[in-house]
Design a protein around this ligand. Structure first.
Ligand code: GRF
Length: 222
């Protein structure tokens, strides 16, 4: 499956995809990595792996739509089956999101639909939640609001602060993203107004990560 990754920062999720690809467990071709921050380590990581990588600068464009159109013109050159937003921190215009319907996913550090947007770790602590987690969802025009494909959960522990939660969640995010991209490479998953279908069957609830695998109520799915 041909994949393009969008990233703005550190690139640890991209690194996890590359590692799984290299290990032969994830049947994808990462054709390009694009972003909005020329200095992002994610781009260096891609180049070091021999993958074309480019950041456009928002200030070089008249408005958000012009920037997004230029960015997605780069993406489109690869004709990817899937666009993975892996720490892409810029809001996308509705036009480009609609054009990628069913073909674009995002990883978000909360148990969606709880806590869309920023500062998820802080908000979990402020609410006194016992459980935190991460989600991978199809991207729609609602911010962090598209149908959720899969989630990974972890307990909040006494004494956790934002940094501790973020550090403990990150390796779970990596496993969740790799497992979800693998699912999309092997099965036909699609967003509908009532949720995600897999090979035409509507999921009752988002899939749950157990170890390295995604499960539904009946067991392992991919
Ligand atoms: C991750 O926490 C992801 O959930 C969020 O941004 C962070 C990206 O990290 N959307 P990295 O750049 O993949 O290391």
């Amino acid at each position: 499956m041909k994949v393009v990754v969008l990233a703005s920062g550190r690139g640890s999720n991209l690194a996890a995809l590359l590692a799984a690809r290299d290990a032969g467990t994830l049947p994808i071709d990462i054709a390009g990595v694009y972003g909005d921050k020329p200095a992002a380590p994610a781009l260096d990581l891609a180049r070091a792996a021999g993958i074309p990588a480019l950041a456009l600068r928002p200030k070089d464009y008249e408005d958000r739509l012009a920037f997004d159109r230029a960015l997605f013109a780069q993406v489109a050159r690869h004709e990817p089956r899937l666009v993975v937003c892996a720490g892409y921190m810029r809001i996308l215009s509705d036009d480009v999101v609609r054009a990628q319907h069913g073909r674009m996913i995002n990883i978000h550090p909360s148990l969606l639909p709880q806590y869309p947007g920023l500062h998820t770790h802080r908000r979990v602590l402020e609410a006194g939640d016992a459980v935190h987690g991460a989600s991978v969802h199809f991207v729609t025009t609602e911010l962090d609001g598209g149908p959720v494909i899969a989630r990974a959960r972890m307990p909040v522990q006494a004494g956790d602060d934002e940094a501790a939660l973020a550090a403990r969640l990150l390796p779970l995010e990596h496993r969740l993203l790799v497992a979800t991209v693998e699912l999309l490479a092997r099965r036909l998953a699609w967003p509908t107004p009532s949720g995600v279908t897999i090979d035409g069957r509507l999921l009752d609830a988002p899939l749950a990560l157990r170890g390295e695998q995604l499960h539904d109520a009946g067991g392992f799915v991919a």
